[in-house]
Design a protein around this ligand. Sequence first.
Ligand code: PLP
Length: 368
Amino acid sequence: MNIPLAQPQITSQDRQAVLKVLKTKQLSLGPKLVEFEKKMADYIGVKYAIAVSSGTAGLHLIIRALDLKKDDEVITTPFSFIASSNCLLYEQVKPVFIDIDPRDLNIDIAKIESAITPKTKAILAVDIFGQPARWLKLRQIAAKHHLALIEDSAEALGTEYQNKKCGGLGDAGVFAFYPNKQITTGEGGMVVTNNKKIAELCRGLRNQGRGTSHWLKHQHLGYNYRLSELNCALGISQLSRIDQIVLRRQKIATTYNQLLKNIPGIILPNVASTNKISWFVYVVQIKNRDQIMARLKQQGVQCNNYFPVIHLIPFYQKMFGYKKGDFPVAETISQKTLALPFFNQITQAQIKYVVQQLLSVIARTPHF
Ligand SMILES: *Cc1c(COP(=O)(O)O)cnc(C)c1O
């Protein structure tokens, strides 16, 4: 058996939707873009959605739209996919990492205020693995210190925090549609916001800095971060199944929870009862992670160490002087996290195989 870590689910409805666009003459900036944006805005419950070429591009546009610049500081988490802080580096903005909360693996709200300086302009929190950060408190801190609040919801499409959809909980949020996310457009992303100014700036900047009125009127230094009609059509089709997808992934997570409970040495994901999670990946914490990961792969169970902490990535250390021991909670946890195969079409038999192999690898691991 070889079980992938992730896999996109492409239905015949998805294929039909893309083929239909190919038969038209409009492959970019057409009706599918408008429709995808409208449906995403409605689903998240925000006024504006701006489709872009990737989640990373969306984050970059938000940094630009908030006018963050060289030497500004943004408080963020070191336990994330690297894009959530790379977007700051594109504009020479300094990421100020703070440690995470071991309960949800998100930014530790108790440690934010002591990191705020006169240079701090924003907080960028991530809903890691689909688990919402503590948005109520984040909003209070941001308001008190007049900081912008950015939500990286790239892993959390469909997650609800106190009955509100993630993505729309800060001043601007972003989703990503790489093939391992809850829905995919191949490559793609979406900025969501209730702020008209941020929306207009992002819309212009994604299209070479054009204003809305004239094709050759470039008001700002912009980019080509557009999303083609093909990608948008795929996104619309995928989004139409989002409720099913969230349910299916919930079921897979529950199955893993049941099969892995009460096994000494394994910590299962912790979900607060006030939240409804849209699962991105299923990540356990486990002793001897690297050894176990290598042996699982030998048995055809693909898995990965989501995520190495960002502050210890060599070029981050070199640029900002971060060192081992700076964020002990994140560092300790990131040595233990192991993402197991997790995708919509995974079968019961495949899940059982993963668990069986995991248990047999553990049994053969000395000092577990
Ligand atoms: C996937 C991801 C991104 C980036 O999305 P891309 O579409 O791959 O650029 C950003 N932040 C987090 C937390 C992610 O998981």
